[in-house]
Write a protein that binds this ligand. Structure first.
Ligand code: B12
Ligand code: SF4
Length: 479
């Protein structure tokens, strides 16, 4: 189908209006649900800040977190009248993202629709070929969106911009040269938090803390590891590009003073990876006398007691470790950390007075009923404070996706189902999908229904929101 976008308008203004949208869950079937867990869409907030620097006018509609209906999206487009709409998408959100693009084109077919985010980066040609999408952005979106905005403002074509794929009026996707990843993250303006719903509208995981207002923060991009199920490395590269300690603590201070945020969660793979930087972040938090609590993800092989002591003093209350499985050979295959090192890290973390959370997955290619049992007993053996169990989903761009495709075991490619609680997306040689779902329920039951853990979590249920979240997860996983 020929695309009808006519954004190369003669005499276009020097600045354009841009609306950035996260797709509401269930929009594709006109049955939108507000998610149980939601956090700030930092990717879009970074892009908004970058576009604003170029004097374009930006708004963000965090449709996913708010649960916007089709008519609310339509109304937002009608009233703001953007020339460009940017839509972000993770893999399971893709059908909702397509629907957003269709709604936008329904309001005005001349609006330029740009899509980006992890799913689009993994499969840009597929994204660009949707009839309501004008351009797909691969990888980091700040500079690329700046150029798209400048081009639309100048009435120039957008088909040759680096880091994009578009159909250019034809039937074959045109892949433009890639764009180098930004290696100076301190040069980016802070995410445009002022354009997001206020922090109180977000529902972070209860384990991240319930003290005051909450925000996510990203201390770097990329990851040097290559865990077989994860697409951060293929998205963001193997070099962990780090922001400086000063830049991070400046953002924390800003969010604390201007937005009243007191609880932070670092969402990049392992914000502890550079020991010197970590110690400096902790020192600066103390020097600035910031009364905050924070959580982070970390690789178990990177931590030591001195780091943990500094983190505790600077307000760290919980560390999340991706442990994944309890079978030693599988740990090697999926490129994770040895059981002994994980146990040591959990012991040291709790010894420092910081809570330890473990993530576990069922469904790797090598999984058997025995390895499922091993994972559940390992989760209980470790002295974790909390744990999350899920069925592994092989996202496009990951080694697991390649393995399952190669073995002919992927049974469908409906991206809606690429969620840990969805219908099976692969067949498994040794276990059934029901075995995997049952494994998560059994793991939750065996892990949480222990007196030590019950006592600990009752303590956290201090308000309606956290109590409600606990009840919802209990309903989902225990029964
Ligand atoms: C915070 C987070 C969430 C939050 C918020 C998501 C969001 N909208 O940002 C919540 C809790 C909602 C979430 C949910 C899920 N998440 Co998540 N999440 C993350 C996490 C930890 C950080 C995201 C982030 O802020 N990154 C930093 C910013 C700067 O990068 P970015 O978001 O990628 O944005 C840049 C580019 O992608 C691009 N870009 C993004 N959007 C757009 C839009 C346009 C128009 C353009 C041009 C460019 C562009 O430009 C941005 C700036 O450079 C990432 C891992 C990671 N470290 O990135 C996983 C990650 C994104 N999540 C992932 C997954 C799998 C999920 C879930 C499916 C998991 C689950 N348990 O159900 C759900 C899906 C929810 C659903 N049903 O739709 C995968 C994505 C895989 C994939 N191919 O989709 C990741 C990469 C983790 C991983 N290890 O593989 N997640
Ligand atoms: S799971 Fe974490 S450590 Fe492993 S590749 Fe992904 S981001 Fe890196």
């Amino acid at each position: 189908m020929t695309k009808s976008c006519n954004y190369k308008q003669a005499g276009a203004a020097a600045a354009v209006k841009v609306l950035l949208i996260t797709p509401p869950s269930g929009l594709w079937k006109d049955s939108v649900q507000r998610p149980w867990i939601s956090t700030q869409p930092l990717g879009l907030a970074y892009i908004a800040a970058a576009i604003r620097q170029k004097h374009h006018v930006v708004q963000i509609l965090d449709g996913y977190s708010i649960g916007s209906s089709a008519s609310e999206i339509r109304e937002a487009v009608r009233s703001f009248q953007p020339q460009i709409v940017g839509i972000s998408s993770l893999t399971p959100q893709w059908p909702d993202a397509e629907k957003v693009a269709v709604i936008v084109k329904g309001v005005n077919k001349n609006i330029c629709t740009a899509v980006g985010g992890p799913h689009v980066t993994a499969l840009p040609a597929e994204a660009a070929s949707h009839h309501a999408v004008d351009i797909a952005v691969v990888g980091e979106g700040e500079e690329t969106m700046q150029e798209i905005c400048d081009a639309v403002a100048a009435g120039s074509p957008i088909g040759n911009i680096a880091g994009t794929v578009s159909m250019n009026g034809g039937n074959i996707p045109k892949h433009n040269p890639g764009r180098a990843r930004n290696s100076d993250l301190d040069s980016l303006p802070f995410p445009a938090h002022d354009l997001l719903p206020e922090p109180a509208r977000y529902n972070p995981y209860p384990a991240w803390g319930n003290r005051g207002k909450f925000s996510c923060i990203i201390s770097g991009r990329g990851c040097p590891y290559r865990c077989s199920f994860c697409d951060v490395t293929s998205q963001q590269g193997r070099r962990y590009r780090l922001r400086s300690a000063e830049n991070i603590v400046d953002e924390i201070s800003w969010l604390n003073l201007d937005f009243g945020v007191t609880t932070f969660s670092f969402r990049d793979p392992s914000m502890i990876c550079d020991r010197n930087r970590l110690m400096e972040i902790c020192r600066l938090i103390e020097e600035k006398n910031l009364s905050i609590a924070w959580t982070c993800s970390a690789r178990a092989n990177e931590i030591d007691p001195e780091m943990l002591a500094a983190m505790k003093k600077a307000g760290c209350r919980l560390m999340q470790y991706g442990i994944e499985v309890g079978n030693a050979e599988m740990l090697l295959k999926i490129k994770k950390i040895s059981k002994a090192r994980v146990a040591e890290a959990v012991r040291q973390t709790r010894g420092a007075g910081i809570l330890a959370h473990g993530y576990f997955l069922f469904g790797f290619l090598e999984e058997t009923k025995e390895t499922i049992a091993e994972t559940i007993s390992f989760a209980k053996e470790l002295k974790l404070d909390s744990a999350g169990f899920a069925v592994m989903v092989p996202f496009p761009g990951t080694e697991e996706f390649e393995k399952y495709s190669r073995e002919g075991l992927l049974i469908m490619k409906d991206w809606r189902d690429y969620v840990p609680t969805g219908v099976p997306v692969y067949r498994h040689r040794n276990v059934t999908h029901e075995d995997l779902v049952k494994a998560t329920r059994q793991a939750y039951r065996e892990f949480y229904l222990r007196p030590r853990i019950i006592a600990k979590h009752i303590h956290v249920m201090k308000n309606y929101h956290t109590l409600n979240n606990y009840l919802r997860s209990a309903r989902q996983f225990l029964f």
